[in-house]
Write a protein that binds this ligand. Structure first.
Ligand code: SF4
Length: 374
């Protein structure tokens, strides 16, 4: 796939120098192209997280999640999520009226003997079989699964599509230097840009409503970010499956080896969110995790974000556990003070629900059940 068009390449120089004032004006112009009723809405999804396994075959130097990092709370390192934990989590999720179940794990968790042994104890031959079965059960209990368990091949994606309302994989950055000695992905073969692009393309072929995004502050340049946003736009033009782009800032953690010379600032993060809106227009929602941009939420709205992503009333952000999710009421107040409606959405965006190729019958049935209980 051609990475970016020449014309777009020429735009990079212009885009990277835009002032904040200009960015705000441009995102406003873009939003004004939406039907009037949609211009002042910020969405979120009420979700909960199931960490299936923290075993990961990669070693990204900025990562706190993977099993090699000793956690403050011991049970935050998971070999295979215990059945009892699933049952208790679902009970609480029902009480809080969560709709989305976010399933996450390290990459290729079943490359590890410890994980395979746990799978076999429950009669699963593979990790994918385990995840499929759990997603099927979630659907039956009127939760909408969104799975992000790292790079997968076409067959595994096809299998998981059957039971997922949407799926996700962060593109992070396609800067190849990050995979070279000294780069954050030196020991992370699954972070090779081609592998991640292939995964996103396969999801497009399979018509899976898809979430991707950039991780900022890991050694990439502003040109890389703009380049990657054009790439995501191009992928969406080809397959029409990207529903949102997450613009996420790296946050330091105790116990990790990555120590950047300059920490990415929230302002720089939100500038990138504005660039994402300018590049991708209204076809794709731009999301920033609200727990990582505290006190800048209003600024984020001015810079054109569309979505505050999954917010959990009771599970934590396992990637950034020191950054609790804000209360939904807190974000609602900020939105309302700016004349913006804060609206709940499902993990599959409305525009995909009506398209049967993106939203199979069983997913639609669960959505209908949820709607009936609202
Ligand atoms: S692939 Fe994901 S879980 Fe694994 S080390 Fe990298 S960031 Fe962490």
């Amino acid at each position: 796939m051609k990475r970016i068009m020449n014309e777009e390449k020429n735009q990079i120089e212009k885009l990277k120098t835009l002032s904040l004032k200009k960015l705000k004006t441009l995102v406003k112009e873009i939003k004004s192209q939406l039907p009037e009723k949609d211009q002042n809405i910020i969405t979120y999804s009420k979700n909960f997280t199931l960490v299936l396994s923290t075993y990961c075959s990669n070693r990204c130097s900025y990562c706190y999640f993977n099993h090699r990092i000793q956690k403050e709370q011991e049970d935050d390192n998971v070999t295979l999520l215990e059945k009892e934990k699933v049952v208790s989590t679902l009970l609480i999720a029902k009480q809080y009226d969560c709709k989305e179940a976010l399933l996450m794990s390290g990459e290729c968790s079943d490359h590890f003997k410890e994980v395979r042994e746990e799978l076999l104890k429950s009669n699963y031959q593979s990790f994918i079989e385990y995840v499929s079965s759990l997603c099927e059960r979630l659907l039956q209990q009127n939760f909408l699964p969104h799975t992000n368990i790292g790079t997968l091949n076409y067959q595994d994606l096809k299998e998981l599509k059957k039971y997922n309302a949407s799926m996700g994989l962060m593109l992070e950055s396609t800067n190849n230097k990050l995979c070279k000695p000294g780069g954050v992905h030196q020991y992370s073969p699954d972070k090779a840009p081609e592998r991640r692009i292939k995964h996103i393309e396969d999801a497009g072929e399979l018509k899976i409503p898809f979430t991707t995004g950039l991780l900022l502050g890991i050694g990439e340049t502003i040109e890389d970010r703009i380049n990657d946003l054009f790439l995501i736009k191009q992928l969406n033009e080809r397959y029409g499956h990207i529903q949102e782009i997450i613009i996420q800032n790296f946050i330091p953690h105790q116990g990790i080896s990555y120590e950047p010379k300059h920490l990415i600032t929230i302002k720089e993060t939100l500038r990138t969110a504005a660039l994402a809106k300018i590049i991708c227009g209204n076809d794709i929602s731009i999301q920033v995790p609200p727990n990582l941009i505290r006190e800048y939420e209003s600024f984020a709205i001015d810079l054109g974000i569309d979505d505050f992503g999954g917010i959990s009333p009771f599970t934590k952000d396992y990637i950034n556990p020191k950054h609790p999710w804000p209360q939904i009421t807190y974000l609602k107040e900020i939105c309302e003070s700016k004349g913006v409606i804060f609206k709940e959405r499902y993990p599959i965006y409305d525009k995909f629900i009506e398209k049967s190729e993106f939203c199979p019958e069983n997913i639609k049935n669960t959505i209908n059940n949820i709607k009936q209980n609202e």
